[in-house]
Design a binder for this molecule. Structure first.
Ligand code: NDP
Ligand SMILES: O=C(O)C1=N[C@H](C(=O)O)C[C@H](O)C1
Length: 282
């Protein structure tokens, strides 16, 4: 029986931090060795960040962009541990910090650790490739709970990138992230984003392809945060002992640019698991 992987959880008092602790504690392949909140907070089962990093093999981080970028920098400076980052809402400078850190430590970062959502991304790219953007307008919709602070969601942005990739265009050129007032007719080839926030919605996303007289909609609805946590566990198992680099959920699922490397992790995740759903669908 291999030694359990030592996991530290950042943002331990957040919605995902609390969910992660439950899922990690229930998984015999993992040992929850530390939970930390803001870097110097302690008490109530929490330790300081540096203490947590000293004892962990992998840190799982669902916090906020600045916190995740700073955590990645610190992990790189100390030469570990490996990181799984689920935070969303990064700007270019923060992404550059994470990319730099990934030259020293392995990092899995994804705007969604949902298996179904990552499958949807492939379907969206395929549909966008098949449908002529002159005839089929692409519109992305997302809905989240009232506490969410970034928009569009990280997932909506990933879906937009997939659609743009399928169309062979640059998302930064075609994205329309807000509309208000006399904005004029829709420009052919634009990819629009629409956002709602309310109540306790865990996360709904859809991508509509709208033509004259017909609309095709691909959608995903998250029912609870547990499945994000199970996806993050699969990412932690994948990233443990991996070479430095920035990986995403497609790599974890064996479908990404590091496909060859990923296949061994899929075998590892196929050990006795409470995330068997994930394995069956890989
Ligand atoms: N990739 C995925 O599959 C998923 C990603 N997410 C993303 O994860 C992130 C967290 O979501 P959620 O758990 O709902 O959010 P919460 O606000 O519930 O939790 C975030 C936690 O991070 C802490 N935090 C915020 N800023 C900092 C900082 N600068 N330094 C240290 N700690 C900080 C917060 O502390 P405090 O309360 O003191 O501010 C809080 O404990 C979001 O970016 C969200 O979009 C969420 C679900 C799934
Ligand atoms: O903040 C959330 O809650 C979520 N955030 C992620 C995102 O921005 O896409 C993933 C999920 O939809 C929940």
């Amino acid at each position: 029986m291999p030694q359990p992987i030592k996991i530290a959880i950042a943002g331990a008092l957040g919605r995902m931090g609390r969910q992660m602790a439950e899922v990690v504690e229930a998984d015999s392949r993992l040992a929850l060795v530390a939970r930390f909140h803001r870097s110097d907070a302690s008490g109530a089962g929490l330790v300081g960040r540096d203490e947590a990093l000293a004892v962990a093999d992998v840190v799982i981080d669902f916090t906020a962009p600045a916190a995740s970028a700073s955590l990645a920098r610190v992990c790189a400076e100390r030469g570990g541990p490996a990181l799984v980052i689920g935070s969303t809402g990064f700007d270019a400078a923060e992404l550059a910090v994470i990319a730099d850190a990934s030259k020293v430590v392995p990092i899995v970062r994804s705007g969604s650790f949902s298996l179904g959502l990552n499958m949807l991304i492939g379907l969206v790219e395929q549909a966008a490739r098949a449908l002529d953007p002159e005839d089929w307008d692409i519109e992305i919709f997302e809905a989240h709970h009232r506490h969410k602070v970034d928009a569009p969601s990280g997932t909506a942005l990933m879906l937009g990138e997939a659609a743009a990739k399928g169309c062979g265009v640059d998302i930064d050129v075609v994205a329309v992230r807000s509309r208000d007032g006399m904005i004029g007719a829709r420009r052919p080839g634009d990819i629009g984003f629409a956002v709602i926030r309310g109540g306790s919605i865990v996360g709904d996303h859809s991508v509509s392809f709208c033509a004259e007289g017909e609309t095709v909609t691909l959608s995903h609805s998250a029912g609870d945060r547990g499945m994000f946590a199970h996806g993050a566990v699969a990412a932690a198992l994948f990233v443990m002992g991996r070479s430095p680099g920035e990986y995403d959920m497609l790599d974890v699922l064996g479908l990404g640019k590091h496909e060859q490397l990923a296949s061994s992790a899929v075998e590892r995740t196929a050990q006795p698991a409470n995330n068997s759903l994930l394995i069956r669908k890989v």
